[in-house]
Design a protein around this ligand. Structure first.
Ligand SMILES: *Cc1c(COP(=O)(O)O)cnc(C)c1O
Length: 383
C-alpha cells in the first residue's frame, strides 16, 4: 500500500475487544491479568499501551522502519536515542541544530561525559573528517531551522557507514511524507510529533523509528526505564493527526511555494529561502532527496528589528508565535525566539539577522495568506 493509505490504516485494525473502527483512547494505567504471567500483551501503561502501540506501528511503517517508539516530546525521543551512548563516546552533529537539541547536547550530555563536534552539514565530507575511533553517532537535521539548508543524507551515511558509525536524522521539518531518511542510508529517524505529524498544534510528542534491532532494544529499554512516554490521549491525537498528513503536507507545500514566489518579487523583501525555489543553492539536492519541499519559508525584510516588529504586529491571519507544522500559519522571529541563546555576532554571522522572519505556512486559502503578508510588509515599510 502507498503512503496516503498507510497513514490512515497502518497499525489501526478494528479494536479486538469491541470492533471500534478508530483505535480507542485506552485511558488506563494498568491491565487486569488472568493469572501469573498470563495477560493480553499489556501490563502497565509506561511499559505498553494499546493506543500508543498503534501510533508506534503507524509511524514506523511511514518511515519504512521495522520498529517505532513514541515519547512524551521530541526532546524525550532525542534523549532516549542518546541514552545508548556511554561516557567518552563521541557524536558528530551538524552545526545548524534545533536549539533544544543543542542545549541537551551541551548542557545535559556533555557534563555526563559525552563529547560533541559540530560540522557544516552542507559538506558531507566534514562528517567523515570529524569521525574519531570514539565516534558512535552522527546527528543531523535537514532541512535546517531557520535557514532551510539541506544535508545530503545519503552522502553522510556513506561517510559514516565506512566507520560503522550510526546515523540519526531529525526528520521533523520534512515529515515522512516528503523525506524518508532510512531509505537514504540513515539508521535512526526521530520526530517531534508536535509539529507536522500531530499537525494541529494541540499536543506535544516525539518518536524514534529504526530497523536496527539493537537500537530499538536500547531505546525501548530507556523508554520504559526512564519513562518519557506519551499519555494515551496525546498518542491518540498524534494518531488522528497523522491520518491527514499526506493531504496537509501537499497543501502546506503548495501554499509555501506560492508565498515564497510572491515574497521573491516583493520590493520590501531582501531575500527568500525556500528549497522549492530554483534560486535555493541546494535546490537540486532538495529535488533528489525530498518528494516535496515542505511548508517552511524564511525571508529577510528590508530594514532591521523595528521593521520586523511592525511586520509581526500587523499580521492578522498569521499568528506571531513559536513552533510550526500546524494547519494554521505562524510567523516567528528566530533572533529573539529559537536562536535567542546564541551570541548575537555568531547569529548574525550565520545570517539570522534581526530582519529574518520564519514562516510556518498553514493550509488556509493562500490568497488570504498573501494579502496578510502584503499588509504586514506595508506596515513594515512605514516603520
Ligand atoms: C520542536 C522540535 C524538536 C523538539 O520537539 P518537542 O516536541 O518540542 O520536544 C526537535 N527537533 C526539531 C527539528 C523541532 O522542530
Amino acid at each position: 500500500m502507498r503512503f496516503d493509505t498507510l497513514a490512515i490504516h497502518l497499525g489501526q485494525e478494528a479494536d479486538p475487544a469491541t470492533g471500534a473502527t478508530i483505535v480507542p483512547i485506552y485511558q488506563t494505567s494498568t491491565f487486569t491479568q488472568e493469572g501469573i504471567g498470563k495477560h493480553k500483551g499489556f501490563e502497565y501503561s509506561r511499559t505498553g499501551n494499546p493506543t500508543r502501540l498503534a501510533l508506534e506501528r503507524c509511524l514506523a511503517g511511514l518511515e519504512g522502519a521495522s520498529h517505532g517508539l513514541a515519547f512524551s516530546s521530541g526532546m524525550a525521543a532525542i534523549s532516549a536515542v542518546l541514552s545508548m551512548l556511554e561516557p567518552g563516546d563521541h557524536v558528530v552533529a551538524s552545526a545548524d541544530l534545533y536549539g533544544g537539541t543543542y542545549r541537551l547536547f551541551e548542557k545535559v550530555l556533555k557534563p555526563l561525559g559525552l563529547t560533541f563536534t559540530y560540522v557544516d552539514g552542507k559538506d558531507p565530507s566534514a562528517f567523515g573528517k570529524a569521525l574519531t575511533p570514539k565516534t558512535r553517532l552522527a546527528w543531523l537535521e535537514t532541512p535546517t531551522n531557520p535557514l532551510l539548508e539541506l544535508i545530503d543524507i545519503a552522502a553522510v551515511a556513506r561517510e559514516c557507514k565506512a566507520k560503522s558509525v550510526k546515523v540519526a536524522v531529525d526528520n521533523t521539518f520534512a515529515s515522512p511524507c516528503f523525506q524518508r531518511p532510512l531509505g537514504l542510508g540513515a539508521d535512526i529517524v526521530v520526530h517531534s510529533t508536535t509539529k507536522y505529524i500531530g499537525g494541529h498544534s494541540d499536543m506535544v510528542g516525539g518518536a524514534v523509528l529504526t530497523s536496527v534491532k539493537e537500537v530499538y532494544d536500547a531505546v525501548k529499554f530507556h523508554q520504559n526505564a526512564a519513562g518519557g512516554v506519551p499519555g494515551p490521549f496525546d498518542a491518540w491525537l498524534a494518531l488522528r493527526g497523522v491520518k491527514t498528513l499526506a493531504v496537509r503536507m501537499r497543501r502546506h507545500a503548495e501554499n509555501a511555494k506560492a508565498v515564497a514566489e510572491h515574497l521573491s518579487n516583493h520590493p520590501e523583501v531582501k531575500s527568500v529561502i525556500y528549497p522549492g525555489l530554483a534560486s535555493h543553492p541546494q535546490h537540486e539536492l532538495a529535488r533528489r532527496q525530498m518528494s516535496g519541499f515542505g511548508g517552511m519559508v524564511t525571508f529577510r525584510l528590508e530594514g532591521g528589528r523595528a521593521e520586523a516588529d511592525a511586520f509581526f504586529r500587523a499580521l492578522k491571519v498569521f499568528s506571531y508565535a513559536e513552533s510550526l507544522g500546524g494547519v494554521e500559519s505562524l510567523a516567528a522571529h528566530p533572533a529573539t525566539m529559537t536562536h535567542a541563546s546564541f551570541p548575537a555576532e555568531a547569529r548574525e554571522a550565520r545570517g539570522i539577522t534581526e530582519a529574518t522572519v520564519r514562516l510556518s505556512v498553514g493550509i488556509e486559502d493562500v490568497s488570504d495568506l498573501v494579502a496578510d503578508l502584503d499588509a504586514a510588509l506595508a506596515a513594515a515599510a512605514k516603520a
